[in-house]
Write a protein that binds this ligand. Sequence first.
Ligand SMILES: C[S@@+](CC[C@H](N)C(=O)[O-])C[C@H]1O[C@@H](n2cnc3c(N)ncnc32)[C@H](O)[C@@H]1O
Length: 218
Amino acid sequence: MTDYADVRRAYDIVASDYAARLPDTRAEAPLDLAMVDAFATAVLAGVSDPTTATVLDAGCGAGRMSGYLTSRGLSVRGVDLAPGMVEMARRDHPDLEFTVASLDELPCGDSEFAGLMLWYSIIHTPPTGLDRVLAEAVRVLRPGGHLIVGFQSGTGTRDVAPAYRRLGHEVRLERHLYTADEVAGRLATLGADEVARLVRRAKADERDDQAVLLARRS
Ligand SMILES: C[S@@+](CC[C@H](N)C(=O)[O-])C[C@H]1O[C@@H](n2cnc3c(N)ncnc32)[C@H](O)[C@@H]1O
């Protein structure tokens, strides 16, 4: 099992600042949101009754994407590793249900969700732990359900602690870059086939190119 102690500690420390700086989707490029909207449309199209269009926001942080998905007509539940982030999510989205849990052991039943989002939440999972996280995502998704994954595109590892240190937070935090081919390939092996992908160049305020993958459980 991957050790996420540093990740949990880091997000507990930055939780309040994170929620204040990133309260909504203003950091997302319109192209990113177009993919999220396509995901929402696909999930709704896959259910006969829209009230059953339940999505798990896995690695929900302070819940900003949960709020966005709700505004797109989906019923959303969130899970996150860091209790501090979950506290912010509950404060800012009191109508939604958030639980503290790790992506590699989701407290959810098999085939429970019509959709699942991993929005910049696999980025702290090292390559050795990625299959486990993706397998859990596919497990809780019903056959025909859709999965959306957003992440920085590339290879290697970046130390993101200095950026947080500049904001006054003493943390240890690394993020791992993946290519769309790698994530799509792993998902296909685990039973979720790629539907579409976006790979776009970095915006001025970003260090890396960004990828969004839309996949469907077979
Ligand atoms: C960059 S933030 C993104 C949060 C949110 N998805 C958003 O877009 O605002 C990464 C989040 O993933 C969570 N996370 C990282 N690894 C996790 C894991 N193994 N299990 C659950 N959550 C995890 C962190 O606690 C953090 O809240």
